[in-house]
Design a protein around this ligand. Sequence first.
Ligand code: GLY
Length: 556
Amino acid sequence: MKTRLGVLLGLLILPLTLSAASFKPGHDAVASAQPFATKAGMQVLAKGGNAFDAAVAVSAALAVVEPYSSGIGGGGFWLLHVAKDNRNTFIDGREYAPAAATATMYQDKNGDVIKGASLNGPLSAAIPGEVAALAYINKHYGRLSLAQDLAPAIKLAHDGFPLDRMFHEMIANRVDKLKQWPAAAAVFMPGGQVPPTGYILKQPDLARTLKLIANEGDAGFYRGRLAREMVDAVRANGGIWSLEDLRDYKVVLRQPLVGEYHGMKIISAPPSSSGGVVLLEALNILSGYDLSHDSNLMQKHFIIEAMRYAYRDRAEYLGDPAFVKMPIKRLLSPYYAAGLRVSILPDKATPSSDLAPVAAGAPESHHTTHISILDKDGNRVAATFTVNFRFGSGFMPPHTGVILNDEMDDFVSKPGVPNGFGLVGNSANAIAPHKRPLSSMTPTFLETPHGLAILGTPGGGRIISMVLLGTLDYFNGGDATSIVSIPRYHMQYLPDVVFYEPGAFTPDEVTGLGNMGYTLQRVTPYGNMQAITWDYKTGKLMAAADPRDIGTAEVR
Ligand code: GLY
């Protein structure tokens, strides 16, 4: 932990040293959830591309080698740092609801939520944003052509690649869902069987679709033959997409949220993600404590309480900024955080039922993906993107190779009724035509006077608490390996339970937290964080993939 003097000194030198604009890493680094995707990024960098080209290449490759997590039938957020301008920008390529969507579309005639309706099949799919985001990033920030950036993904889809352990498990876990949709089953379960590890999985339809995008840009996806094929297939199977929904889709450029924690600058995701708001609100609450003087037990108590309060506000206030007026300024004010802090007792858990009510948690699964990239010139990308749950909706329009997302489940189907992640919300996140569902994805940059970190992770509602713990670890001197490895714990207001990985709490801490009134639940390891850290002084550049999964990180 830093001393108060260290914090003061840090704040004094902050304006002079906060950015790495004046010098360069001199090396490239890529961390992603799948080795072939990491390699795709390194290939594009070796061909003269920059971090933004690499982000396009890695994102597209993940659509091929990790389609249960993300893909061109999904969407996400790409946080960019442009080194030459010392500028950050945020590309919101989140899906939006089709124009025919309504607030009650997943309720039956009695007003009850129809189980699974927002999770399976084309009715659960929102209009994808990933292709628009990748084309935009390539056009405005890349050095190479879109075709060059997409080339590794096209090759992986066309030539195939050996199925890894994780992919095999994901198919095996999703047999029932995939079997419902013949095009998806034909690709992922050839001959009706779950292919074994090492099987060379080829996706010729997806290769053709990617080639079309390489040749025609995003118009190849949002207009013309492919758009018609997708809309026809969606509508023939109970969905509500229209050609206009696809034609009208556009990325939104946003200012990232910026906050400060004891002299460390945090740059993170604005709404339509809840990530940055919840992360910064929790850090603001924690700023009022001198955690370095607290016992480990007390630190964890305060961190859990900060999560509880910040996640509660997520449920109450947050949604798509084009539709909802949100009190972001108030939520991120230090005075607001101070007000919340006074109600946190030093020796007792705050029952979530004592907070103004807004309703329960689901086990985490594999879906969503995160990439962290830094190039030799200091350009950076933190991007988190998704098809939502494993293999999204499961639906693949025939001949396209594209798995469609089930992002509609990130809306509130009914106020107070938890979604697939157990997250609750209210009208701020109700379904409306062309509205973006509230996300938890939290791609983040951290900058201190001595270095920077790039981080993020999949994990549904737990994303934000993982990024919070990674942020605190970096503040306390952690590097990329430590950030992705530290044991995790999570509290999201409701359910009033602290979920924790083995090793997150010592036996004494389990007893201590129990005595304070916490309900603790040990869970299997979760998350799949990718991080990069760069120390300006020593020049040390580290990239690390989460040891819980199969991802890889390379520095060259
Ligand atoms: N689909 C998960 C999220 O956006 O938070």
